[in-house]
Design a protein around this ligand. Structure first.
Ligand SMILES: Cc1ncc(COP(=O)(O)O)c(C=O)c1O
Length: 439
């Protein structure tokens, strides 16, 4: 047992799936103390959309540090913050015609979600929030209330309240538009569901098993929210910053959410940073009412600004992501069409794709085998049944193809091993061992 295993809490998780000691990382690769190299198909659960240690982001960071610039400044005015906001406005908000105030929260995703929920409740004076089946919004108590999975909810140790869950897009099959159901219950004072402050939704449920909401469903959701004067919060923490092919994952739908939460790849470098975008009329906070020591990570401001300048000053990067996304989806579809032997479902949007094996055991076995072949890849979904492809967005085509081939081999081997085991078991049933009699 090493020091980490002996001293770090049992709650640690990813290190159990990938039991090696990582030392360095560059682009799409992670390196270990034993000199092994792994292709990163996890990207810090969507935090490293531009890969590890991007040279230009690193240069900006080193220069900032070398100048003894502000590392910590509570929420005071710093040059790094001002420059980030200027570029965020000029490269992201203005070109998309979006009018939002920016609230910096504590640096992780769940901090942004907590704040978004608080704003919605405060502005509307209502306490309930509608969330969706399989939603994941973080594990602090407020966010847990809108996270669906019991595995997390039950660990709160107290009832997590103030939310109602309705079926996400596709939950009741392809023919049911679940926003009709939402509309119905919000129209009916006897539905048992109180009028909520907000509806919170992911456009693609990443942790929930790569469940993709159709653009039409998202637009219908906004229409229902507007009809009932309920705020729409889009949680873009995992799917934002280009994962689905646009900076905001909701941009392809005709959507203008009242509140947007962002984190993960926002800093571009894996540095913690989160923010909430809110329509100006919702910004009725009094100074300091919602606070936190680490609101505004100046190092993250530096890399975030640089990432916006490098990747989002025009549409070139988005075009490239979409090309890569078609390769990823196309290769996975071709593989499934080639008939790997079992029913596996492909779901996703652009650079987030999932293979649903219908069984957590099988998906985990594939992830484990893929790791043995040099690919870091994780599972998601309520039972861990979905193998989740979350590569850096700027992965080279050859690295993408190489990683995919390794994962396909892993799947083939797992299916082959399972079939062999089943055959053996079957043989045992039809050919039972003779009963030994003792004389
Ligand atoms: C959609 C979404 N919201 C919120 C969170 C919580 O973010 P964090 O783990 O940084 O608190 C996550 C994390 O995976 C997420 O995917």
């Amino acid at each position: 047992m090493n020091t980490i295993q002996r001293l770090e809490s049992n709650v640690r998780s990813y290190c159990r799936s990938f039991p090696v000691r990582f030392t360095q990382a560059k682009g799409s690769f992670l390196h270990t103390d034993k000199g092994e190299r792994y292709l990163d198909f996890l990207s810090g659960a969507g935090t490293l959309n531009y890969g590890h240690n991007h040279p230009e982001l690193k240069e900006a960071l080193i220069e900032y540090l070398a100048n003894d610039s502000i590392t910590h400044g509570l929420d005071m005015e710093t040059q790094a913050k001002a420059q980030f906001l200027e570029v965020f406005e000029s490269h992201i908000l203005k070109p998309r015609g979006l009018d939002y105030k920016v609230q910096f929260t504590g640096p992780t995703g769940t901090n942004a979600v907590e704040s978004a929920l608080k704003i919605a409740r405060r502005v509307t004076g209502r306490s309930h929030v509608v969330s969706f089946t399989n939603a994941f919004h973080g594990v602090s108590t407020g966010s847990l209330a809108v996270t669906a999975n019991d595995f997390y909810r039950e660990r709160a140790g107290l009832p997590v309240m103030g939310s109602d869950f309705v079926p996400f897009d596709g939950y009741l099959g392809p023919r049911t538009d679940t926003t009709d159901f939402l509309d119905r219950i919000l129209s009916d004072t006897a539905s048992g569901i109180p009028k909520p402050a907000a509806v919170i939704a992911e456009t693609v449920q990443g942790e929930g098993g790569i469940n993709v909401a159709s653009l039409q469903w998202l637009e219908n959701l906004q229409t229902v929210c507007r009809k009932h004067e309920v705020l729409l919060i889009i949680d873009d923490i995992q799917m934002g910053c280009g994962r689905t092919g646009s900076f905001f994952s909701f941009s392809d739908a005709d959507l203008e959410p009242d509140i947007v939460t962002m984190s993960k790849s926002l800093s571009g470098y894996g540095l913690p940073m989160a923010l909430v975008l809110l329509k100006p009329e919702l910004d009725n906070w009094r100074p300091g009412e919602h606070n936190g020591t680490f609101r505004g990570n100046n190092l993250a401001f530096v890399t975030a600004r640089r990432a916006l300048e490098i990747f989002w000053q025009d549409s070139q990067f988005a075009d490239r992501i979409q090309e890569r996304g078609s390769v990823l989806e196309g290769r996975l579809q071709d593989y499934l069409d080639s008939g790997p032997g079992e029913s596996i479902q492909l779901r996703g949007r652009c650079m987030v794709q999932g293979l649903d094996f219908g069984s957590g055991k099988r998906a985990t076995a594939v992830a484990k085998r893929a790791f043995e072949k040099g690919v870091v890849i994780e599972t998601s979904g309520a039972k861990g049944q979905v193998l989740k492809f979350l590569t850096p967005l700027n992965i080279s085509q050859s690295d993408l193809e190489d990683g995919l081939n390794r994962v396909k081999q892993a799947i083939d081997e797992v299916i082959h091993d399972e079939t062999a085991t089943q055959r053996k078991q079957f043989a045992k049933i039809i050919n039972p061992k003779p009963i030994t009699t003792w004389s």
